[in-house]
Design a protein. Structure first.
Length: 129
């Protein structure tokens, strides 16, 4: 069983790596014009939210409800993202098929290999209290 999971993960990683080399890269705002395409979306994560059902939302191109794009991690895949808060404020690349959900573009993320951190979140300056 573990071997099958490992091989599936390895295959998914290989496919995503190949896609990253051959697929177009869009910003969060540009993604809306490319629904239906397999692509990467690169932008800053402006908000992270975990819903009661376990799904995780990485909002890019603005904070909710004005986000231009969402990387959506379904509840069934969320357990693979134990440190999902690390994406808050970071610039990431998300790979997959761009779909429309309630009129906004998103990529459904089923594996951590679909997300790459391009630039870590900048630390907030400490205030002198």
């Amino acid at each position: 069983m573990k071997t099958k999971i490992f091989l599936r993960g390895l295959l998914l990683f290989a496919v995503i790596s190949a896609l990253a080399e051959t697929t177009p890269d869009y910003t969060a705002v540009e993604a809306a014009k490319h629904v239906g395409e397999t692509a990467t979306v690169t932008d800053k994560v402006d908000g992270v939210h975990k819903a009661k059902g376990g799904s995780i939302f990485l909002n890019m191109g603005g904070a909710h409800p004005n986000e231009a794009f969402t990387a959506f991690i379904p509840g069934k895949s969320a357990e693979q993202f134990t440190d999902f808060q690390k994406y808050e404020g970071a610039t990431i690349t998300v790979s997959g098929k761009i779909v429309s959900h309630d009129g906004k573009p998103e990529i459904v993320v089923n594996s951590p290999e679909q997300i790459t951190i391009k630039e870590a979140a900048k630390e907030k300056p400490k205030s002198d209290s």
